[in-house]
Design a binder for this molecule. Structure first.
Ligand SMILES: *Cc1c(COP(=O)(O)O)cnc(C)c1O
Length: 364
């Protein structure tokens, strides 16, 4: 039997990638906002239905968050954020010398609980960094209203939200900035990569300057960093973009099979109203940590490797100071598992996984 991991990167037919590689060899332009990068930015923004000049392709999703904080002038203050995410959401905040202030999550959506944000605001609060967890939209209207009232910036870590629509438009349109990750393990990938989506022209220019060392020619305007991506990464994006509808369709089919077997016996993903999902993840919630670990063991013994997304709750990280408890997030983190979901996974493999889950649940 072959090993089944939580995810497996999609690879386009190799000839299609080689076609781009040959052109890169001819042009000799490898990076620095080359023709494929610009073509990719145009095509991907058209696909997502956002204006192409509001989309900037960068090296990864973590640097996208860091550049977003810098470009919005968020430095050394407090940033309200979620404890339930991949570690990069918190590390970007800490790396930019800000203090993460954790606000607990909604137990159904796993996103930050907007009704708890206001009481965490202090005179030092600068921004809110929220995550559309597993592609489920945050309470964007409420968060926007709070931010307006307290003059805070809003950044959405939209690493899971590629292709998600909310209220008939791209979820990436919300907030001062949304960031994406195009890492190999994500729904849509460029091997490594990320994006900064921003609809304000001035902030966009700031992002553009910061991401390439803060200078234009010999004119050094401000402190920058290298957040650029390359022609070869853009080429992978151009190849994969042609398959994204097919990829999402297959993931939908597999998710429906999971739902058919599991949604009556275990807590599965809740989807907000007015949302067109992208089927990036398939999380389930067990009753307690003990049964979660038991299920991992059973699946592992069958060469199946789900992942504890997200564990641990970020407010408990050893290098986060001034720990504050977030009971919902801490409880979720020890009970949640993301099941395998990727393009090459088959219906019978999903049925096998569901069978093992049922077997374990009947056992307890
Ligand atoms: C993957 C991920 C990131 C980091 O993206 P990279 O491209 O790997 O740097 C950030 N936030 C979330 C929620 C993620 O899942």
């Amino acid at each position: 039997m072959t090993r089944i991991d939580v995810t497996k990167p999609f690879l386009p037919p190799v000839e299609e990638y080689i076609h781009y590689v040959e052109k890169v060899w001819q042009s000799n332009q490898l990076t620095n906002q080359g023709p494929f990068l610009r073509e990719f930015e145009r095509e991907v923004s058209a696909k997502l239905e956002i204006e192409s000049n509001s989309f900037q392709f960068v090296a990864n999703g973590t640097i996208a968050l860091q550049v977003a904080l810098k470009a919005l002038g968020v430095s050394d203050g407090e940033v309200i954020t979620t404890p339930f995410s991949y570690v990069a959401t918190t590390s970007a905040i800490l790396w930019e010398r800000c203090k993460p202030v954790y606000v607990d999550i909604n137990p159904d959506t796993y996103c930050i609980d907007a009704s708890k944000i206001e009481r965490a605001i202090t005179p030092r609060t600068r921004a809110i960094v929220a995550v559309h967890v597993f592609g489920n939209p945050c309470e964007v209207d409420k968060i926007n209203e709070i931010a307006q009232r307290h003059n805070l910036k809003v950044i959405y870590d939209a690493a899971h939200a590629f292709g998600v629509k909310y209220n008939n438009q791209s979820l990436l349109k919300y907030g001062d900035i949304s960031t994406c990750s195009f890492h190999a393990t994500k729904l849509f990938h460029t091997v490594e990569g990320g994006a900064i989506i921003c609809h304000d022209k001035r902030v966009n220019e700031e992002v553009d300057l910061i991401k390439r060392f803060g200078h234009i020619g010999d004119d050094h305007q401000k402190l920058g960093i290298n957040a650029k991506s390359s022609e070869l990464n853009a080429a992978m994006g151009l190849c994969n973009l042609k398959y994204i509808d097919q990829i999402i369709e297959k993931r939908k089919l597999l998710s429906d099979v999971y739902n058919k077997h599991l949604s009556n016996i275990i807590k599965t993903m809740h989807v907000e109203n007015n949302t067109v999902q992208n089927y990036a993840y398939y999380p389930i919630m067990l009753h307690d940590e003990k049964s979660t670990l038991k299920l991992i063991e059973l699946l592992n013994s069958n060469d199946i490797y789900p992942r504890r997304y997200f564990y641990p709750s970020l407010n408990t990280l050893p290098y986060v100071k001034g720990k504050k408890s977030c009971p919902v997030s801490e409880d979720t983190a020890v009970r949640i598992l993301c099941l395998p979901l990727f393009y090459e996974l088959t219906v019978s493999e999903v049925e096998l996984i569901c069978g093992l889950i049922k077997e374990m649940l009947n056992d307890v």
